[in-house]
Design a protein around this ligand. Structure first.
Ligand SMILES: [Zn+2]
Length: 348
């Protein structure tokens, strides 16, 4: 069987320092900027009248993103006058809002992530919130995707280290995919799985550089995000990178109502789901220690009881959430408190 999309288009980042100042002047003529207070402080002088690259007043063009609720995002995006480009400078919400505005207005898009623990910079999907659900409403590619080291290094280290979680999840995702192929006859592409496994290996060999948030480490993480998006586009699902570890994370969020740092919660869930799969999770734990990303429940903000409760609920949870592709918890009839405790005892 051939790949659904052998040659997908993906965003191509530019790496370096002070990259905004090297962009073409016309983008700055009437810019719309979606940002957040911390990164804006670091870049605002580039957008200011005197010595800056644009003469417009700040209120007219700078929007501090606080929500991705669809109605509000639509209202904000249509409130700007004619513009030369849309800039998204910040974390996930700032980038998502900029993608939405550029997509609805048909404007050039510049994305400048201020931390690497979000995939909004690398994916084409334009996502908004409708209540508690995320809805994907369109697709857009950045004209410029800038991985600016000093800007990203200004963010708390934890936020960048947590970015490893969504690459590390390849460990449990590939097990699910292969098993679903063998047990259920689902389409499985060994070449793509092998490429994804190589991304994981490369990450596992580089804990120090990312842990210290060096340019080398940040570049590796960004390149891996691009490659991961490419592999998912090739097969048309997120099989190469996402599986039961994310399902467990969603279940914990749903049952506790808590908010967690995504990559850190995913790291914990990789260890637990990996154990549920019967894999040796030692290489993952060793990597996380070297990286300096604390994945223990108390660091993530979930109690051991909450974790055990969510684990027991998983077989029922994945049957209710019908959009989830089959993984280890689909293959279980149920999971008793004793069985859940046995899994946790192996890794905690
Ligand atoms: Zn994720």
């Amino acid at each position: 069987m051939g790949l659904p999309n052998p040659n997908p288009r993906v965003a191509e980042p530019t790496f370096g320092s002070n990259l905004l100042s090297a962009l073409p002047a016309e983008l700055f003529e009437r810019p719309i900027v979606h940002t957040q207070p911390e990164p804006w402080v670091l870049v605002r002088k580039l957008f200011e009248g005197d010595g800056g690259r644009t003469g417009m007043s700040e209120q007219a063009r700078v929007h501090m993103v606080t929500t991705m609720e669809h109605g509000r995002v639509r209202e904000v995006s249509s409130s700007f006058g004619p513009a030369s480009a849309v800039f998204g400078i910040g974390g996930g919400s700032a980038l998502d809002h900029a993608k939405y505005t550029a997509w609805t207005r048909g404007l050039p898009l510049v994305l400048v992530p201020s931390l690497l623990s979000v995939d909004a910079a690398f994916t084409k999907a334009v996502g908004v919130r409708e209540g508690s659900r995320v809805r994907y409403v369109g697709e857009v590619y950045p004209d410029h995707l800038l991985i600016d080291y000093p800007l990203i290094q200004a963010a708390p280290e934890l936020l960048n280290r947590a970015g490893a979680g969504d690459i590390l999840s390849i460990f449990t995702a590939l097990w699910d995919w292969k098993e679903a192929g063998a047990r259920l006859g689902e389409a499985y592409f060994p070449d793509v799985a092998a490429k994804s496994a190589r991304l994981l290996d490369r990450l596992l060999g580089n804990g120090r550089a990312l842990g210290d948030v060096t340019p080398e480490g940040l570049r590796l993480l960004a390149e891996q995000n691009v490659e991961e998006v490419r592999l998912c586009e090739m097969v048309g699902t997120s099989r190469p990178e996402e599986g039961s570890e994310h399902y467990l994370a969603y279940c914990i969020e749903a049952r506790t109502g808590g908010h967690y740092l995504h990559g850190q919660l995913v790291a914990l869930c990789i260890v637990v789901a990996g154990a549920a799969q019967g894999q040796d999770v030692e290489p993952i734990r060793t990597y996380l220690d070297r990286l300096g990303l604390d994945w223990r429940p108390e660091a993530v903000g979930v109690t051991r009881e909450q974790l055990a409760d969510a684990l027991c609920a998983m077989p029922a949870y994945v049957r209710e959430e019908k959009q989830l592709l089959p993984g280890v918890f689909h293959f279980m009839e149920s999971l008793s408190p004793e069985e859940a405790e046995a899994i946790l005892r192996r890794v905690l």
